[in-house]
Design a binder for this molecule. Structure first.
Ligand code: DAT
Length: 174
């Protein structure tokens, strides 16, 4: 059954850090009144992690606790989930999985201005070059729901938000 019986769809927006997930999700949430779930923020707010990874300079998230925390909201539908990983969520949660992609030079500038340096910067650029998130999405969800979208400039962002808004508003009508 489409959407597991949800009255509004759930969308996952994933991609390498800096590709524009949070900005895109918050514009999309404003346009559709869906709920924006920023998983990184949720992990920090509810302590859903097992400490700090010194090498990668990020929290080591507890995927099981994150999924437990999100479960009730996801069952109701109407969520836009924002996270730089996608292989640990239950597959049936999502009706669309959007993978944002950014050219290396653009991404390099965005991450540098966010203060990323050294290994953290290189790892993220390599993650984008090797399309790690696209591969992860394609191996975790049905091929026809995984949508790669360019996110290089403001025009890309506007057209992505407009296209996804249309899709959300028309969801369940066909
Ligand atoms: P993410 O949530 O994927 O880490 P973000 O939404 O925080 O990314 O964006 C990182 C920065 O890059 C932020 O200053 C906004 C800018 N940005 C993101 N996508 C963009 C786009 N398509 N055009 C112009 N700027 C963009």
């Amino acid at each position: 059954m489409a959407g597991d019986g949800r009255s509004r769809p759930n969308i996952l927006v994933t991609g390498t850090p800096g590709t524009g997930k949070t900005t895109t999700c918050s514009l999309l949430a404003d346009a559709t009144q869906l709920r924006h779930i920023n998983v990184g923020d949720l992990v920090k707010a509810k302590n859903l992690h097992e400490g700090w990874d010194e090498e990668f300079e990020c929290h080591i998230i507890n995927e099981e606790l994150v999924c437990d925390e999100m479960e009730d909201m996801m069952e109701d539908g109407g969520n836009i989930v924002d996270y730089h990983g996608c292989d640990f969520f239950p597959e049936h949660w999502f009706d669309r999985v959007v993978v944002l992609q950014t050219d290396n030079s653009v991404l390099h500038d965005r991450l540098s201005s966010r203060g990323y340096m050294g290994v953290k910067l290189t790892n993220n650029i390599e993650c984008e070059i090797f399309q790690v998130l696209l591969e992860e999405a394609r191996s975790s969800y049905a091929e026809d729901i995984v949508i790669p979208l360019h996110s290089n400039c403001v025009e890309d962002m506007s057209s992505n938000v407009a296209m996804l808004t249309d899709w959300i508003n028309n969801w369940g009508q066909s």
